[in-house]
Design a protein around this ligand. Structure first.
Ligand code: KIV
Ligand code: NA
Length: 273
């Protein structure tokens, strides 16, 4: 039985070892990733990656709970963090607590993640004071795609000071860690140096305390678009395409199923072949 990772362990890793995180949405993928990762993120990216939504805006609590539960079943050691979906926390601290506690109780996940900096600090403080560990998410916050006007780099020029202030605010509010998404690498390094909690980067350069990627992106399974920050460690989409093409050809040629996949009408008598 492995001792599960908890938020204080994640904080304690700052300055010692890089933090490894990937998204997971299902039990089998959680089982595959668990031995290699410190944290598994049930990201609301599942709306786009698994459910074909155009953005993360249509993701619901029910979707997060269903996938969160599946991931918790497959995780033994890695800490499971569940994203709070759009609309489930922005009204205020009470609404956020109601939904964060639901995510924890109904999935068994250890922590939640929510998007926003200074304007979410009060909510983060309310949650952390009530035993909800919070991972913050600043920089590019995809749930704000309609107000941001796209998925652009956040933190260049005059935006750098605002992002540093966001980072300090979520830390002061009690977040145990913060995701930096699509932030210029120098600024991400300065934020990492300025904070006593670990930063986890996605498209934020090598100076962050850890890294996170969307699993379907890194495995080459989600190919609708490919941000610059994605590295494909495998081409499972291509492998799956070839496999399905072979299957289809063999069915059409009646070469599948073979006798080894079929059941004879009579079992061979004992002692005979
Ligand atoms: O939803 C998600 O997968 C995320 C990561 C990209 C950090 O929030
Ligand atoms: Na997310």
């Amino acid at each position: 039985f492995l001792k599960p990772v908890l938020p204080p362990d994640i904080r304690a890793m700052k300055g010692k070892a890089p933090l490894v995180m990937v998204t997971a949405y299902t039990t089998p993928v959680a089982r595959l990733a668990d031995p290699h990762c410190d944290m598994l993120l049930v990201g609301d990216s599942l709306g786009m990656v698994l459910h074909g939504l155009p953005s993360t805006i249509g993701v619901t609590m029910e979707m997060m709970i269903l996938h969160g539960r599946a991931v918790v079943r497959g995780a033994q050691k890695a800490m499971v963090v569940v994203d709070m979906p759009f609309g489930s926390y922005e009204e205020g601290p009470e609404q956020a607590f109601r939904n964060a506690s639901r995510l924890m109780v109904e999935t068994g996940a250890v922590a939640v993640k929510l998007e926003g900096g200074q304007h979410m600090a009060e909510t983060i403080a309310f949650l952390t004071a009530r035993a909800v560990p919070v991972m913050a998410h600043i920089g590019l916050t995809p749930q704000s795609v309609n107000t941001l006007g796209g998925y652009k780099v956040v933190g260049r020029g005059g935006e750098a000071d605002r992002l540093m202030a966001d980072a300090r605010a979520v830390k002061a509010a009690g977040a145990f860690s913060v995701v930096l998404e699509k932030v210029p690498e120098g600024l991400a390094g300065r934020i990492t140096a300025a904070l006593s909690i670990p930063t986890v980067g996605i498209g934020a350069g090598v100076h962050c305390d850890g890294q996170v990627l969307v699993i379907d992106d890194m495995l080459g399974l989600f190919t609708d678009f490919r941000p610059k920050f994605v590295k494909r460690y495998a081409e499972l989409g291509k492998a799956a395409d070839a496999a399905i093409a072979d299957y289809a050809a063999e069915v059409r040629a009646r070469s599948f199923p073979g006798p080894e996949h079929s059941f004879p009408d009579e079992l061979p008598a004992k002692g005979q072949k």
